[in-house]
Design a binder for this molecule. Structure first.
Ligand code: SF4
Length: 461
């Protein structure tokens, strides 16, 4: 099923806990567990014990790569972590992050979420001057750029700030030096990054606030687009550098609110679950249909279905039972068994559906294959009609900012008209959230949005 969804990018986490010697790796572990939805291919944790950085990383889910003995081995007061889905470079083990590198000032570690647009250009430039690369990921280019800028800067945070002037594209970063943890966000602010603090005085940086909750930290604020934020060992004060801020209009990825982020996160001041409910509400106003029940496709369609139901007055029903024990697809099913594979993951509640006119709310349609299978499951379960409502506009264009949205030729909305798509997925009606209503779903967000995969309006050329 997940092969027919845009893939999450990565999740990053960083912590400085002056009192956390025994728990630091465990805290990163819990933070990464909360961010697991952002990447399931590989993960890693790097811990700083009085300037000595040690790390462990590998392919797999967080609970597959780490075990409690690792926490015993790794003591320290600073750490960063990463969960990865490969948007750049393949899923091989050496591409797992954080990257830990030795450079002119000793050792440092970097974890990155996003996609660097001028990767090829910078790699060529560095290769021509003799650089050797150990990975195929753009995050290594970020690390090299920081290392090069460190040669003529006064501090590592200044080197990060200088590096940001050379890097083009989407990047939220956590960087750990022997004495500091630094968080930085590209000047457009494509990917989320926030700061939290615990009652014990630990500072935490995370892709989403749900990871702050996991370590009992309170959300302080978002890292601003273009900002570099630093916490130094022995200090209880965040130092902010805003020299790269306000260079461009901030363009946060709107799809974080629709699908990527966890519903319990607050991003840019906007509660994600509320944004999903609003999307459903706008869909109900925009595309009403006579029906008996509204159901959401788990997980991200559930909140939107609630919004559709509230706005339309059509009762909300639980339409599916989701098998929670299928974390990943280990066996790639043959074409013949794909429908069974979907049914194993998502089984319709026949007694609720039979004979009903159903509004089925989902987050997005990429190729249309999974949507078609789910509609067919509902029809086989006896649904009289299935009206599909999608809480995003049609995907028409690829994403270059850290999300794996396929090329145009694989996007069903790029290839077919609305009615052709409706017929392909076997729905009685099909409507998408309009581009006009899209930004209205997150009115509390203190940012503008990137909508390029829907609108073709790319914030960066
Ligand atoms: S192109 Fe789409 S997925 Fe990519 S950052 Fe923009 S809104 Fe998000």
């Amino acid at each position: 099923m997940n092969s027919d969804k845009p893939r999450e990018e990565c999740g990053i986490f960083g912590i400085y806990d002056p009192h956390g010697n025994g728990d630091i790796a465990a805290n990163v572990y819990f933070g990464l567990m909360a961010l697991q939805h952002r990447g399931q291919e590989s993960c890693g944790i790097a811990v700083n014990n009085d300037r000595d950085i040690t790390y462990r990383k590998g392919l797999g889910l967080v609970n597959e790569v780490f075990n409690p003995s690792f926490f015993e081995e790794l003591k320290g007061d600073m750490a960063i972590g990463h969960v990865r889905y490969s948007t750049h470079g393949d899923g091989r083990a050496e591409n797992a992050q954080p990257l830990v590198l030795n450079y002119i000032k000793g050792i440092f570690a970097v974890a990155h979420n996003g996609n660097i647009l001028n990767y090829d250009e910078l790699k060529e430039e560095y290769s021509q001057s003799g650089s050797i690369f150990q990975t195929t990921i753009d995050s290594e280019i970020i690390a090299y750029t920081i290392a090069k800028e460190r040669v003529h800067s006064r501090s590592v945070e200044e080197a990060v700030s200088f590096a940001m002037k050379k890097l083009k594209g989407a990047y939220s970063l956590v960087v750990m030096s022997p004495q500091k943890v630094i968080a930085a966000r590209d000047p457009w602010g494509f990917r989320p990054l926030c700061v939290g603090k615990t009652k014990n005085g630990a500072y935490v940086f995370a892709s989403e606030s749900c990871a702050l909750d996991a370590v009992d930290a309170t959300l302080v604020r978002d890292v601003l687009p273009g900002e570099v934020v630093m916490i130094k060992r022995g200090k209880d004060e965040l130092i902010s550098d805003t020299t790269n801020c306000n260079k461009y209009k901030s363009t946060m990825c709107i799809f974080e609110y629709i699908y990527f982020a966890r519903p319990d996160s607050i991003i840019g001041g906007q509660f994600v679950q509320e944004a999903r409910r609003r999307a459903g509400g706008y869909l109900a106003k925009q595309a009403p249909v006579p029906a008996d029940i509204v159901i959401g496709v788990p997980d991200s369609g559930i909140s939107a279905a609630k919004g559709y139901s509230t706005e339309s007055g059509i009762p909300l029903e639980e339409g599916f039972v989701k098998n929670r024990y299928i974390a990943r697809t280990f066996i790639r099913p043959t074409q013949a068994s794909r429908e069974s594979a979907v049914r194993v993951k998502l089984n319709p509640l026949r007694e609720r559906i039979a004979g009903k006119r159903v509004v089925m709310v989902d987050d997005s349609i990429v190729r249309g294959t999974t949507c078609k299978r789910i509609v067919n499951l509902l029809k086989k379960a006896g649904a009289a009609e299935v009206h599909v409502r999608i809480c995003a506009p049609p995907f028409l264009n690829p994403c270059y900012f850290g999300t794996d949205i396929p090329s145009e030729k694989e996007l069903i909305a790029h290839q077919y008209t609305l009615d052709e798509t409706r017929r392909y997925i076997n729905a009685d009606s099909l409507e998408y959230l309009s581009l006009e209503n899209l930004p209205k779903i997150a009115p509390d967000a203190k940012t503008d949005f990137c909508t390029a995969c829907f609108s073709n309006d790319y914030p960066v050329s």
